[in-house]
Design a protein around this ligand. Structure first.
Ligand code: THU
Length: 146
């Protein structure tokens, strides 16, 4: 399923998918052999990339999307506008990553592509995480943008 309206320019879209594909080359996935690259466009206009990093203790594995997100937030970013994820089969982000990304981008645009650029999903994260729980849902009204 894809949405026709994209908030990204063609150039931004291409840059994001290319950055995710490149980041995938650094994936450390000796156990699953399933390599993932991600690239996040932040509110400042910067792109942060990440790949999945597996562990012999499997549960310690970190997904590509969260690697990119942690890099961005640890560099001072607080808003995610878009993310591209590249896998062999254009898989969409897992449930944990949907929740993680939603924290910093309830309106973020998601592109799931394969290395040839074939897109399986393009649209808002809200459609991947309906009725999501984020900062706005906390009684204290915690702002991710703070
Ligand atoms: N993986 C990601 O990096 N992102 C996802 O959204 C789904 C799964 C990784 C975790 C693990 O290294 C491999 O893909 C197989 O699950």
């Amino acid at each position: 399923m894809t949405s026709s309206f994209s908030p990204l320019t063609d150039e931004q879209r291409r840059a994001l998918v290319d950055a995710a594909a490149e980041a995938r080359e650094n994936a450390y996935a000796p156990y699953s052999k399933f390599t993932v690259g991600a690239a996040i466009l932040t509110g400042s206009g910067a792109i942060f990339t990440g790949c999945n990093v597996e562990s012999a203790s499997y549960g310690a594995t970190v997904c590509g999307e969260r690697t990119a997100g942690v890099k961005a937030v640890s560099e001072g970013e607080r808003r995610f506008d878009a993310v591209a994820v590249v896998t062999s089969n254009a898989a969409t982000p897992c449930g944990i990553c949907r929740q993680f990304l939603y924290e910093f981008g309830p309106d973020m645009w998601v592109i799931a592509a394969d290395p040839q650029g074939k897109v399986s999903y393009e649209g808002p994260i809200k459609d991947l995480l309906p009725h999501g729980f984020g900062p706005a849902e906390l009684a204290e009204g915690v702002e991710a943008a703070e």
